[in-house]
Design a protein around this ligand. Structure first.
Ligand code: EPZ
Length: 416
């Protein structure tokens, strides 16, 4: 089983070029199916979730060509609206193809999406919004069949600003001839990226970066050239890596405003961060406990940065308190950190981290994308050797993770 072999104790030092955002490119790839004309996307990360999304598109009859970070999509001849369970179970983002296929064909057949196990991840909000728009959604065994009946304008009030539900409903609303309003919509930067791409294709959508979105559908979309935003979660992970190893990194091709909450928390912990024209420089020689670190929808502290931040706090001076408010089971990385000598008590939504002087290497298995990244960060600062297996989790969302780390001095290699 492929694994990272890490010799810890080396402060990271160097430059990291942040890749395009996984959680932006995936909904934009789905959205490209709605256009009858080709699209060209730039700054697409070479990660397995993108490979899976491309496979889904090709299985539907879409022409897709990848050339480094450029993806050419021609959906003019797609002929199927039925996504195989084989593809659906590989990632949560597969669910976003539902909205895209409904917009294109007025019908779609999918199954429950897979992805990181972070607790219950229902799609009830997606279905609630689709039904309000006039789509019929019914389960036929394990398969979910949706089709447009009498589409009508409506106002959808989301009880929680779900990122995936917001994206799916934006896409499905493109087929609605009347205005659809989404209240309490997610405001994550990736939603804005999706809207900007769709607007370039000719869609009439307004309200990005706010919690009220208005979509006037029924228009023919004509494809577009678009550059995907930088990955704010990769940036946050490397910021936490610098803090964890007491190193200094320069991140290039970033949007500092997208990681404000993480930057603030790391500065409170003693890191020094300078930012400007698409760069961030972080250096850290001492680290103090901070908190409480409460995760919440954007622009609060992001749930995807909770695990990498916990890796940093594991050796900070003092006691930190985490509160995970987005997912019900997002402390699955804690046992591995305990194996490395961390002192953490996780109960329900709370985790109390008592900083220790040092961690020691261990053999651990990644549990999910961000939890696995946290294990790597902890191993980089631990004394001695560590092995982190199940690295397919990290390869879903971090482009050239080991290569970027070793370019900053990390002693990390991949073994088959
Ligand atoms: C997206 O997941 C991201 N994934 C996640 O990133 C991210 O952690 C999450 O948004 C929150 O920011 C992608 O964009 C591919 P949600 P998503 O719908 O859309 C509940 C990563 O590491 N909920 O905002 O699944 C849900 O159970 C991944 O890159 C319902 O109850 O997140 C969860 O508790 C992990 N019913 C909460 O809302 C629904 O119908 C947030 O989910 C939908 C969601």
């Amino acid at each position: 089983m492929r694994a990272y072999h890490i010799s810890g104790g080396v402060p990271l030092c160097g430059e990291v070029c942040v890749s395009g955002a996984k959680n932006a490119v995936l909904p934009i790839l789905a959205a490209a199916l709605v256009s009858s004309k080709p699209s060209v996307l730039y700054h697409c990360p070479d990660i397995s979730d993108v490979t899976n999304a491309v496979s889904i598109m090709k299985s539907l009859g879409c022409e897709v060509e990848r050339n480094k970070d450029r993806i050419y999509i021609d959906a003019s001849d797609i002929r199927s609206s039925d996504i195989s369970p084989f593809f659906m179970e590989k990632m949560r983002a597969a669910i976003i193809f539902l909205g895209a296929l409904l917009a294109r064909f007025g019908e779609a057949k999918i199954s429950q999406p897979g992805g990181c196990k972070l607790g219950e991840r229902p799609i009830d909000l997606h279905l609630m919004g689709l039904r309000l728009m006039g789509y019929r959604c019914e389960y036929q065994g394990e398969r979910l069949y949706c089709c447009a009946e009498k589409l009508r304008g409506c106002t959808i009030a989301l009880p929680f600003p779900s990122v995936g539900a917001t994206e799916n409903l934006i896409l499905a609303a493109l087929r609605c001839p009347e205005e659809v309003v989404i209240c309490n919509a997610a405001k994550e930067p990736e939603i804005c990226d999706l809207i900007l791409y769709l607007r370039k294709c000719g869609a009439h959508i307004c309200g990005e970066n706010t919690s009220v979105l208005r979509i006037c559908g029924g228009r023919t979309l004509l494809g577009a050239e678009y550059t995907v935003m930088p990955d704010r979660m990769e940036a946050a992970t490397f910021l936490c890596a610098a803090a964890t190893t007491r190193g200094s990194l320069c991140l290039k091709n970033v949007c500092p405003e997208h990681t404000c909450a993480v930057n603030r928390m790391l500065c409170n912990a003693g890191c020094k961060i300078r930012q400007g024209d698409g760069r961030m420089e972080i250096c850290c020689d001492t680290l103090n406990a901070v908190g409480p670190i409460r995760t919440a929808p954007y622009d609060a502290f992001p749930t995807d940065a909770q695990a990498p931040m916990m890796a940093a706090m594991a050796t900070a001076r003092g006691v930190s308190v985490f509160e995970e408010n987005v997912f019900s089971d997002r402390y699955r990385h804690v046992p591995a950190l305990l194996q490395m000598g961390a002192k953490i008590r996780a109960t329900g939504r709370c985790a109390i981290v008592e900083g220790v002087d040092r961690l020691h290497g261990a053999g651990v298995a990644a549990t999910d994308l961000r939890g696995g990244a946290a294990m790597v960060l902890a191993a980089l600062c631990a004394e001695g050797e560590s092995v982190v297996s199940n690295i397919f989790h990290m390869e879903r969302g971090y482009e050239c993770f080991a290569k970027k780390l070793s370019a900053c001095g990390a002693k990390i290699r991949i073994t088959e």
